[in-house]
Design a protein around this ligand. Structure first.
Ligand SMILES: [Zn+2]
Length: 443
């Protein structure tokens, strides 16, 4: 006798048959998708789920900032809930975000006539992707009252966020006046919050496992590092640091030294969850449009100026900050050795979720074992709406239990038309989600 919920791949396929048409950039197979935050396309997907919910006898309610919450109609004291988003990056795929909403809806629709001691809820968040307005998790942070009012002036496709919200029937004044749509009372009634998402990396596929049980959510610190040397005649200035203050040469050595720092750090602290990336070298279009110094470089000059972006991601803010201090020392010392000065300008600095709820992770392992699914534990490299829920606490100061389920995606591709997860892969993740939501939290 088992209470495990088995969701069929056909259940998933039925939703995708409709959803593959909303926001598609063409009707050929492999076409990309574009559903920006607070766009007609994003709303159309949400209305599809609102209609499906009503047809299934579930309640659907919009909050004032345009998120859609789908719930069982019972009046339970406690709620097991899940959430995800339906917006995409430009020319993105149809699985990042949407797979989690399809899974959540399918799970609740399968469970709501079964006996339970708690209600079930799906939160369909607006605008998780930062691609539209340059801000991540707009809907979730607006609902939780953590979105700065200045966000309303950010622009996308000729509109401010304020205008885009109004066009979709949402109320920007909630953000302007620092209100929230999910009050503490509602948080207090949540037993656990879950999110299913495609991995967006290649770890699960490489390991050949069905499920990823997420241990934590990495967050990034991002900086611009600019190097200021001296522009000189390339023919008349002799080689050597006593003659040249070469910004490009310093930059090259800094990158190699940062890589060496990272490798030595891995050896002395294996287990450290850290990712270091230099994404831009003199190549950010927005920055270059008002960076005249960059264009003083020439083929016949010793370079006097260079810059690069420096990103660190980790699940552990303390370790990340400690490593960053060492990295900045390497940058400064290397620059000085070339007679160049290094300036550091912060772009952003966000807080990680060091550990998702341990008992939810244990429950997921147990359910995977009984369902016969292989699994692996891993941190999430990307940000998710669930990270914001993980920053919430019950009134008694205990953190809100939050868990994340990853499913593999083909070749680890995401944010691209190549993004793909099969109906079978989504159905397995959904079966795990549904079983967990039915059982509630075992503490
Ligand atoms: Zn996503």
């Amino acid at each position: 006798m088992t209470n495990d919920m088995i969701i069929s791949a056909q259940n998933i396929a039925d939703h995708y048959a409709v959803l593959n048409r909303i926001g598609a950039l063409g009707d050929h197979p492999g076409a990309g998708f574009h559903r920006p935050a607070y766009s007609d396309e994003e709303t159309a997907v949400m209305i599809y789920f609102e209609t499906q919910a009503k047809r299934a006898g579930l309640k659907a309610r919009w909050d004032a900032v345009g998120n859609l919450f789908i719930e069982t109609t019972d009046t339970q004291e406690q709620w097991m809930e899940c959430g995800s988003h339906v917006d995409t990056v430009p020319d993105g795929g149809n699985f990042d975000g949407l797979a989690g909403v399809v899974a959540g809806f399918t799970a609740i629709a399968a469970l709501h006539h079964k006996p339970r001691s708690h209600g079930l809820r799906l939160r369909i968040w607006r605008g998780e992707e930062s691609a539209s307005f340059g801000i991540t998790s707009i809907g979730a942070s607006a609902a939780l009252g953590t979105l700065a009012a200045s966000a309303l002036d950010k622009r996308h496709a000729g509109r401010s966020l304020r205008q885009a919200m109004q066009e979709q029937g949402a109320d920007p004044d909630i953000i302007a006046s620092a209100q929230r749509t999910i009050e503490q009372d509602e948080i207090d009634q949540i037993s656990a919050h879950l999110e299913l998402h495609i991995e967006q990396g290649i770890v699960l596929e490489k390991k050949g496992v069905d499920i990823g049980i997420v241990t934590g959510i990495r967050a990034a610190s991002r900086d611009w590092i600019s190097l200021h040397g001296e522009f000189d005649h390339s023919g008349a200035t002799p080689m050597g640091n006593e003659y040249r203050r070469d910004a490009n040469l310093a930059l090259a050595h800094i990158l190699v030294n940062l890589d060496a720092l990272f490798l030595s750090h891995q050896e002395e602290d294996c287990g450290l969850d850290l990712i270091q990336t230099i994404g831009h070298i003199n190549s950010n279009a927005e920055k270059n449009s008002h960076d005249s110094e960059l264009y003083s470089n020439a083929i016949s000059k010793v370079s006097g100026y260079a810059y690069f972006s420096y990103e660190l991601r980790s699940c552990n803010d303390i370790l990340r900050n400690r490593y960053k201090q060492k990295a900045i020392r390497v940058i400064q010392e290397t620059a000085t050795a070339f007679g160049v000065s290094a300036r550091i300008e912060s772009i952003s600095n966000s807080s990680a979720v060091k550990a998702l709820d341990q008992s939810l992770q244990t429950d997921m392992q147990r359910i995977c074992d009984t369902l016969g699914y292989s699994y692996s534990t891993l941190p999430s490299g990307a940000w998710h709406d669930a990270a914001l829920m993980a920053q919430q606490s019950h009134s008694n100061q205990t953190p809100l239990p939050v868990g994340m389920i990853f499913i593999p995606c083909q070749h680890g591709k995401s944010h691209s038309p190549e993004e793909f997860a099969s109906n079978e892969q989504i159905a397995k993740g959904t079966s795990l989600l549904a079983t967990l939501m039915q059982q509630g939290l075992s503490k």
